[in-house]
Ligand binder design. Structure first.
Ligand SMILES: Cc1cc2nc3c(=O)[nH]c(=O)nc-3n(C[C@H](O)[C@H](O)[C@H](O)COP(=O)(O)OP(=O)(O)OC[C@H]3O[C@@H](n4cnc5c(N)ncnc54)[C@H](O)[C@@H]3O)c2cc1C
Length: 399
């Protein structure tokens, strides 16, 4: 494409933004990423890439480099509210059955590097603070006073998205947001460093607490809880987190470990009701679009995929020379086709995971039945089931 090629501005350089920018730049569009921080930057996260995310990383050829700097995980230790422990393998049939934990500073920097290698440009250390859409362009206002005129923008600026607000979409309510807090510990010797531990503590349901191994003898330890439930409890997130750290199994896992920094909190979308994600000359992806697994809170995988889908929609629209909402609508359809059923099922499962007695029963059944064990592993460690089988239900009813 020549000098008049369209300009795509991607706002935010997390997994969604880097993926959108990679696809858009590889399609030959002038692509500018604007990121408020300088990379590498940290992101408050559990830092676990699901097998689905690992598949995406493999597809773009990044896996070998990430494996060197990450930590492979093949199992999960799932603990029910009543203390039933279910040890489950990540099913190899689901995206290869390998998860990877990796510091977000490393993951996000490598994803961005790949976008830049494909031709994207980067403006870092400056935030976008407004948008103006008129006469066939979107004027992107930067906090340093600069302006960029874009043919189309992709808002990948996370849970607090400025872009989403500027497009007139209100913040999700408390039933659609979880509050989460994590700390990284060092000098950790976990009993099973090849496993993710997820603890469905009664105080957190349907969300959970976690202990995830990280490379270099570190661990990421955290809790999530739906915002309305936290409010109803009248407790601070810090108090909930500290109680989790004090649970005997967590104390035991962290014996001899020391915090490698402050505990930090951050909200995340927590509902199947994502969107809208298509506007005139604008798209949303990742957390900005509300795309996080509404049961497990995992969003790295959905951010990468929805970013890629946004990049593809922009490239398609560029071929037709039209960036209006109708021309970009393929993004919404692609997100629905890719995530819709899984999101709705997991949202529904959230109701089951709110019942402590049912979780105890499911995990007990999982200890007896390989079918239940495998399906629970798919749900809890990858969120990838699109349906619950009759056999699963029958085995759980048997208890
Ligand atoms: C405590 C916690 C634990 C989690 N654990 C996991 C986990 O283990 N596994 C998992 O898969 N998911 C996890 N998630 C969810 C996951 O972190 C997100 O879903 C994922 O980071 C979304 O990627 P994103 O690219 O959409 O947004 P982000 O990763 O948030 O990236 C957004 C980027 O936009 C930038 N930005 C923001 N505003 C502006 C602006 N105005 N101008 C320019 N740039 C801007 C930010 O600096 C940031 O770099 C967790 C979330 C939390 C809060």
């Amino acid at each position: 494409m020549g000098a008049s090629r369209p300009t795509v501005v991607v706002i935010g350089a997390g997994p969604a933004g880097a993926s959108a920018a990679r696809v858009s730049a590889a399609a030959g569009l002038r692509t500018i990423v604007v990121e408020r921080h300088r990379l590498p930057r940290d992101k408050v996260c559990g830092e676990a890439c699901t097998p689905r995310a690992v598949r995406s990383l493999a597809r773009v050829g990044l896996l070998p480099r990430l494996q060197d700097q990450g930590h492979e995980v093949l199992r999960g230790h799932l603990v029910s509210p009543g203390g039933v422990v279910l040890r489950a393998k990540l099913p190899p049939a689901v995206f290869g059955g390998k998860a990877l934990t990796i510091r977000r500073s490393v993951l996000d920097a490598l994803l961005l590097e790949e976008a830049l290698r494909c031709g994207a440009e980067l403006i870092e250390g400056v935030a976008v603070d407004g948008l103006q859409r008129s006469n066939g362009t979107v004027r992107v206002a930067l906090a340093n006073g600069d302006r960029i005129d874009a043919s189309v923008i992709v808002g990948c600026d996370g849970v607090h998205s400025t872009v989403r607000r500027a497009l007139g979409v209100s913040r999700p309510g408390a039933t659609r947001i979880a509050q989460a807090m994590r700390a990284v510990f060092e000098n950790v010797e976990l009993p099973d460093p090849g496993a993710l531990t997820l603890v469905w503590d009664k105080a957190l349901l349907p969300a959970y607490g976690w202990v995830f191994p990280l490379p270099g003898g570190c661990a990421n330890v955290g809790v999530g809880v739906r915002a309305d439930r936290l409010k109803a409890r009248g407790e601070s997130l810090t108090a909930v987190f500290e109680r989790f750290l004090d649970a005997p199994s967590v104390r035991e896992a962290l014996r001899g470990a020391r915090p490698a920094g402050r505990a930090l909190g951050c909200p995340l979308p927590y509902s199947a009701a994502w969107g809208p994600c298509v506007f005139d000359r604008a798209l949303l992806a990742g957390d900005a679009a509300g795309l996080v697994n509404p049961l497990t809170g995992e969003g790295i995988d959905l951010a990468m995929e929805s970013g890629e889908l946004a990049g593809e929609a922009v490239a398609d629209a560029a071929r037709g020379g039209d960036f209006g909402a109708a021309a970009l609508a393929s993004h919404e359809r692609a997100c629905e086709a890719t995530f819709g059923r899984m999101m709705r099922l997991n949202d529904w499962l959230g109701r089951a995971f709110s019942m402590p007695w049912l979780l105890d029963r499911i995990f007990r059944a999982g200890n007896r039945s390989p079918i239940v064990r495998e399906q629970v592993a798919q749900i809890a460690l990858g969120g990838q089931r699109a349906a619950i089988t009759a056999r699963f239900v029958a085995e759980v009813v048997r208890g």
